[in-house]
Write a protein that binds this ligand. Structure first.
Ligand SMILES: [Zn+2]
Length: 877
């Protein structure tokens, strides 16, 4: 354990800065090995008379320093590894600094760095301090003017935030461009790009009739692969005008795709920078999931223009203010573009896999964290996905009109400000006249609540009494919890065909067939009257709160809900609950040495789903797949990776045996139809056909391998190719290796497609997978400096529940080695990869000891970054 433990930063210690910088003019002379950054800032004192100005800066060489155009005496400034402190300052002054940085040596991908010969920046959260000395905190808003100078041959394109004000040639083959952004912004939204890039362009006319130029910059040759992103952008701009009344504000909106990037994408004002993985798409290189993700991420970053850029966060404890809200916005955009029911299922699957897991382990934290060592570690599923669920609950509580009133007020009241989550909630209270004091606990209390629902029907009085009980487990730093304010959307499903109105005791009017109950106590009773027959209870419709909804129901009742619930989400949920019960029982019997057997009720229910599959392909595809091994591991203590894998396989094989003919017929019927289009209906058709392929090849016989191979070789698009390979990768058959070689050779020059090739091999259940992963780490296409490559190989392997948890610990060692090596290169990504170990307590003693061992070895690593120290010490503690 290191002795100089990094210091934690606490929300309760927040203080406004003593100075404000309101304008900054930057001048960059670009050179990969020595970039000069001249900054001229206008500074005003806003705090104590004698306060010193403390600017942050890391890895900077200070070459010049002037206050009001005069050199600063050495007695009046101090520089260390992290700060530049100036004292004896007047109340208002100009500050000039000149610094030098080395972008080519910057492997952290924070600040200014070079990716494949292109200069680019990533300043969120604290990257700007690697560019120049500054008040690198979100509550300092300044107007930026940026002049960039570089070699014209190597860097013909020079971009920054705002509108282009000037450009021209200089001596010595150099040129320059100057950009001005009239909207005051924090430094984390600064961006600069310089390089030899191609672009596509389009135009959007806003609702008030202004014309905006749209440009997407990519590596030369990739221009045709950016058209889907452009199409998504225009749809997102239109949607934000309609759904939120938000219009774009600059003359130009630009996106740049780069290959080495820590995140998915970044919402810098007017100049979004994207990981090329979530921007480039063509039918032969991108899957339907890639298309959907591109649409969602393009929209997300664009929506930040209002929720993040125009209104930003006061400090990083408010991160969910912009992220939870913007995720909620992009999820609803995608739901409107595609199928709302299916989108909700996909979002909940992600929430459960990532956020529920986080909430149940040592890294649990509230949506608004109270303390951090490195804010980079809090770009989490809790801040993003649970943060979005909290907004969704506000929407449910005040209704769509109340929601729009609240957001209109938020934009009117706070435009141009750096605000807090409290300011946001206050807008909901003020616009709707509601008291949300108790609701605020969703931001403060960590952990996933459990809601137990119990119904009792009285056939004589025709009353149905529903008791709801909520509980919230202890989480790190939060031993005691208070009851939350939880919207519970519910309905009754009649055993006959009729609908049942929901009228509560004491109400005069007949209720609707679906309503939202507000659970605010630890236990609450709701009595419904005039209920003509004993109904089935459908609770938590649309997943109305990020909670575990528990209700006692027989397998037959769940099968009935699967078939008939009016809410599509709860039809799916009933199937998942039934499958989970069946699978956990199967896993536990295998654990005790008995061969697992599938449950007839579930197998029959799947038959009913199949019979109706043609009505909604994408929805049927979701209904037909049981929960993943990772999800099941969260329901078994201790989790047995082998038993879970075997049980799930046995269930799929049993379903395939019972409905083989139907799957085969459906598979043939859904065969490729005409030219590829990425729309939702065509994607749904492909998805269902590929689920059928999973069942058709379940037996893993010679015949299965032949079908999978044919599927792969006859595919006309990446989605189907990947489905064929995914089927083959499970099987120890000769077709498998041949197909992987074929795929590799075909896409040898496309790193993003080779990522898929690596991921598939890393996710194989076959025993040699760990050896394969180790071998792929030496493949020329793998590069530990590029986060996409690391995520594709190591991230996919960590998610391979069976092989990552190999009993001898070799899976843990493989990931542990990479995490430690990566820490010296890119601490942010290393800390994220380490989360693979977060749930070590859920496994048996032997596996626990092995995983703990990896964490301890990591903590002993000399020169450990504070990023990795923070997560590893929390996990092992
Ligand atoms: Zn975001």
């Amino acid at each position: 354990m290191r002795t100089d433990e990094p210091r934690a930063i606490n929300l309760k210690d927040y203080r406004a800065p003593d100075f404000r910088i309101d304008t900054i003019a930057l001048d960059f002379a670009l050179d990969p090995d020595a970039t000069r950054v001249a900054a001229k800032m206008h500074v005003k004192r806003t705090g104590a008379k004698d306060a010193a100005l403390v600017l942050t800066g890391e890895k900077l060489k200070l070459l010049g320093l002037r206050v009001n155009n005069a050199d600063v005496s050495p007695a009046n400034y101090k520089v260390d590894d992290e700060t530049l402190t100036l004292s004896g300052l007047p109340d208002e002054f100009t500050l000039d600094t000149l610094t030098e940085i080395v972008p080519a040596a910057n492997t952290t991908l924070e600040g200014l760095y070079v990716s494949k010969g292109i200069f680019c920046t990533q300043c969120e959260a604290e990257g700007f301090r690697r560019i120049t000395y500054y008040l690198d905190r979100p509550d300092n808003l300044a107007v930026f003017t940026t002049r960039i100078e570089a070699d014209k041959g190597k860097y013909p394109v020079l971009l920054s935030n705002g509108n282009l004000i000037k450009s021209g040639d200089l001596d010595g083959g150099r040129h320059f461009a100057a950009w001005h952004d009239p909207f005051p912004k924090p430094s984390y939204l600064f961006a600069l790009v310089a390089g030899d890039l191609g672009h596509i362009e389009d135009r959007f006319t806003t609702m008030s009739g202004r014309k905006v130029d749209l440009r997407i910059y990519v590596e030369h040759g990739n221009e045709p692969r950016a058209t889907y992103a452009m199409d998504s952008l225009k749809r997102a701009m239109k949607w934000d005008e309609e759904a939120y009344g938000r219009e774009y504000d600059l003359d130009i909106f630009m996106i740049v795709a780069v290959s080495a990037f820590n995140f998915g994408a970044m919402e810098n004002k007017g100049l979004n920078i994207f990981n090329d993985k979530v921007l480039l798409a063509s039918p032969d290189t991108a899957t339907d999931d890639d298309y959907a993700r591109i649409e969602g991420v393009v929209a997300h970053e664009y929506f930040h223009n209002w929720t993040g850029d125009r209104i930003t966060c006061r400090d990083w404890f408010q991160l969910s203010l912009k992220e939870g809200l913007t995720v909620f916005r992009d999820q609803n955009f995608s739901a409107d573009m595609r199928s709302r029911g299916v989108k909700r299922i996909e979002d909940v699957k992600v929430l459960r896999m990532r956020q529920f897991q986080e909430d149940a382990g040592p890294l649990a934290h509230p949506v608004q964290p109270q303390s951090y060592i490195t804010i980079d570690n809090f770009y989490t599923a809790t801040v993003y996905e649970k943060g979005s669920e909290v907004i969704g609950m506000l929407n449910t509580l005040v209704g769509p009109e109340g929601y729009r009133k609240a957001t209109d007020l938020y934009f009117a009241r706070h435009d141009g400000q750096a605000v807090t989550i409290e300011d946001w909630v206050k807008c909901f209270e003020d616009a709707n006249g509601r008291d949300l004091s108790q609701f605020r606990l969703w931001y403060r209390q960590s952990g996933t609540p459990t809601i137990r629902a119990e119904g009792a029907y009285d056939a004589v009085t025709k009353k149905y009494a529903l008791t709801l009980k909520q509980s919230l487990p202890s989480t790190p730093g939060q031993p005691d919890k208070r009851p939350m304010h939880i919207p519970v959307r519910m309905g009754f499903v009649a055993k006959s065909a009729r609908g049942i109105p929901l009228t509560l005791e004491g109400e005069n009017a007949i209720g609707l067939e679906e309503r939202v109950l507000e659970l605010t106590e630890a236990e609450q009773r709701f009595v419904f009257v005039d209920v003509p027959e004993e109904p089935l209870l459908s609770i938590g419709r649309g997943f109305s709160a990020p909670a575990h909804f528990e209700v006692k129901a027989s397998a037959a009742d769940r099968a009935a809900l699967m078939a008939r619930d009016a809410d599509p989400f709860n039809r799916w949920e009933a199937g998942q609950a039934l499958a989970t019960n069946v699978l956990i029982e199967m896993a536990e019997t295998e654990h005790s040495g008995i061969a697992p057997r599938a449950d007839a009720i579930y197998v029959d229910a799947i038959g009913e789903v199949l019979a109706k599959a043609e009505a909604d392909h994408a929805f049927a595809a979701e209904m037909l797949m049981p929960p993943s091994e990772g999800e099941l591991a969260l329901k078994m203590q201790p989790a047995d990776p082998v038993a879970i894998h075997d049980a799930r396989n046995a269930l799929i094989t049993a379903i395939a045996a019972a409905h083989g003919e139907t799957f085969r017929t459906l598979y043939d019927k859904l065969g490729p139809a005409g030219t590829f289009t990425p729309d939702a209906a065509s994607a749904g058709r492909r998805r269902l056909r590929n689920v059928c392929l999973r069942y058709v090849t379940a037996a893993e016989t010679e015949d299965s391998a032949r079908i999978a191979d044919r599927h792969y070789r006859s595919a006309t698009n990446m989605t189907d190719m990947i489905a064929g390979l995914a089927a083959l990768v499970r099987m120890d058959r000769p077709e498998r290796d041949a197909a992987f070689v074929h795929f590799h050779d075909r896409f040898a020059d496309n790193p993003l497609v080779l990522d898929k090739w690596m991921s598939l091999q890393a996710s194989s259940p076959l025993p040699e997978t760990i050896a394969t992963v180790r071998k792929l780490m030496t493949h020329p296409a793998y590069d530990i400096k590029n986060p996409n490559r690391v995520r594709a190989l190591i991230g996919a392997f960590s998610a391979n529940h069976l092989r990552f948890h190999e009993a001898d610990g070799s899976g843990y060692a493989t990931v542990g080695d990479v995490v430690r090596a990566l820490d010296s290169i890119n601490p942010m990504v290393a800390a994220r990869m380490a989360a693979a170990f977060e749930n070590w307590r859920r496994y048996d003693d032997k596996r626990q000891a092995l995983m703990r061992g990896e964490l301890e070895t990591t903590l002993k690593k000399p020169g450990l970054s504070s990023n990795l120290f923070e997560v590893a010490s929390k996990m092992s503690g």
